[in-house]
Design a protein around this ligand. Structure first.
Ligand SMILES: [Fe+2]
Length: 318
């Protein structure tokens, strides 16, 4: 059984027009839109679906956060599975203690142990292989007589949805255990309030992070992978130019190594643009990151630390 990553994301949204504009600006291809909402497709064929928050066909919202941040949120995350045998094995495993429904497209729908709605589908995603960005450094000049790829401003698009983050108010280990013990996710790093893990069919440092935060429950962010540092900067700069608010970034994380830029998304929570994540396998040594220790979880640099960014209370989605 191999889970590969994120296949589909379904949001229930209060202001569809605004949320559609955000995904357009983010560089997603709009495959379809109308009164019902809109469907977007990433370059690897992951799909993102926006629906009216009142749409009765959606799973209920599962979120407790600042009130103005609860009106729009992710309603369901569908994980990519490598083949039908894996899908059947997941269905059989989870059916032991919860209801698992199969829809007409063959997608399984259920809930995790924290109450979040999840699904599983045989993947339709494409594998993307990019050529590395060529950088010069002192004494080493692989890019000769040629300018850097990043010198010309351009619109960029996310290649894939790499990971999800959920908040839980308590029972952090129980929340993570569901994914590790029932779905074979592999722990990759821990801190007192964070459990990072990767799906067994992915070498990304994390495809899922569960984070404990008092009085908070629900979807926090989805991270979209871009080619390289310049593309993350192009994406973030473009979003700010279009009026969207930065939550955090640009930064370099010291868990998973990503260069990241997080923006508040009117569809719900935050969208992260990232590149250069650690590629790990079963030889990876699971780390423990104490926030009080030097070099622990956090960032190695941040362009806008502290208050020079929009915190949840400051991001008013209206
Ligand atoms: Fe992230």
């Amino acid at each position: 059984m191999a889970i590969l990553g994120v296949e589909q994301l379904v949001y229930g949204v209060e202001d569809l027009e605004k949320a559609i504009r955000f995904q357009d600006d983010w560089g997603m291809e709009r495959a379809d839109s109308g009164a019902h909402g809109a469907d977007f497709r990433l370059l690897n064929d992951t799909t993102v679906h926006l629906r009216d928050a009142q749409d009765g066909a959606l799973p209920p919202a599962t979120i407790r956060w600042l009130p103005h941040l609860t009106r729009s949120t992710l309603r369901e995350a569908v994980w990519s599975v490598d083949n039908k045998n894996s899908l059947d094995a997941i269905g059989a495993e989870l059916s032991r203690d919860r209801e698992v429904k199969t829809d007409s497209a063959g997608v399984l729908h259920t809930v995790d142990d924290s109450g979040f709605h999840i699904g599983f589908a045989v993947t339709k995603r494409k594998e993307i292989v990019l050529t590395p960005t060529v950088n010069n450094t002192l004494g080493s000049y692989p890019r000769r007589n040629r300018q850097a790829d990043g010198v010309r401003r351009r619109r960029v698009s996310p290649y894939k949805a790499g990971h999800l983050v959920y908040w839980v108010p308590d029972k952090l280990d129980e929340a993570a255990r569901f994914y590790v013990e029932r779905l074979d996710f592999r722990p990759t790093d821990n801190s007192p309030a964070m459990r990072f893990m990767r799906a067994n069919g992915s070498n990304d440092h994390h495809t899922l992070l569960i984070q404990q935060q008092d009085n908070t429950w629900g979807f926090q962010h989805v991270a979209y992978e871009f080619k390289d540092f310049d593309e993350v900067m192009f994406a973030g700069c473009h979003m700010e130019t279009q009026g969207w608010k930065t939550n955090t970034g640009p930064i370099r994380h010291n868990v998973s190594s990503t260069c990241s830029w997080y923006l508040w998304n009117p569809a719900g929570g935050v969208s992260e643009a990232y590149s250069d994540m650690d590629y790990v396998d079963d030889n990876w040594v699971v780390g423990w990151n104490d926030p009080k220790a030097p070099g622990s979880y956090g960032v190695s640099w941040a362009v806008r630390p502290g208050k020079r960014r929009a915190r949840p209370a400051e991001w008013i989605d209206d």
